[in-house]
Design a binder for this molecule. Sequence first.
Ligand code: IPE
Ligand code: IPE
Ligand code: MG
Length: 244
Amino acid sequence: MEENLVPSHVAIIMDGNGRWAKQRGLARTEGHEEGLEAAKRIVLAARREGIRFLSLYAFSTENWKRTAQEVGFLMSLIRTHLMKELDFYRENEIRLVHSGDRSGLPRDVLSEIDRAVEDTSHHRELTVNLAINYGGRDEILRSMRRLLSNLSSSAAEGAVSVDEAVGAMSEKTIALNLDHPDIPDPDLIIRTGGEMRLSNYLLWQSAYSELYFSSKYWPDFTPEDLHAALADYAHRERRFGDAR
Ligand code: IPE
Ligand code: IPE
Ligand code: MG
């Protein structure tokens, strides 16, 4: 594929683990285990395809509504994966970053995330952005809070007036206070599992993303399926509101 036709940033809503398991008479947790294997295959495929940034929706701010058993399983799956499989990221020169609200996460999960992020920070092949306790509205809210608290302390110090502080709020300053201002907006968002919705993923960043929906359950999504999504993307005409 020509270089400019490969999306720089692909984000994936990895949905359908529970239904995949149910279809086979297995527990939902077994669907999540299989989903993790699929995620590893897709990370390697993304690297081969020349994608620079891959965002993966692993746990939403709404997923706490699930049973304590399922939530506990997912948290421990994430933690043990990061603990035991750092070599996977090292060998493939993958940089890990985290998106989401740190304050709601268990301490032991946070410490594995921090260690993995730190250990892989110098890798340059592909950046994998793991969304854990992530919600798009929550991310925008956290950005606004950071921005307002910076501006109000400048105003309190007399450095700027309240009017100037309000005037300093812009799309740019909101974007700069999101979790990863250095990562470009996703060019392509893929959702598996058949539902056609964003479920609170990357709401600010998805303004002009191309959307691609697959009816396959996430554990069944293959590198060939990713390739098909990229081939579809390559035919899209992106206009960004311009007339062409
Ligand atoms: C996606 O699969 C994984 C997470 C949300 C953690 P689901 O668990 O939502 O699977 P379905 O949608 O119930 O099949
Ligand atoms: C979206 O899937 C969240 C993740 C994949 C982590 P959900 O299964 O939570 O979404 P809804 O509830 O069907 O919208
Ligand atoms: Mg689901």
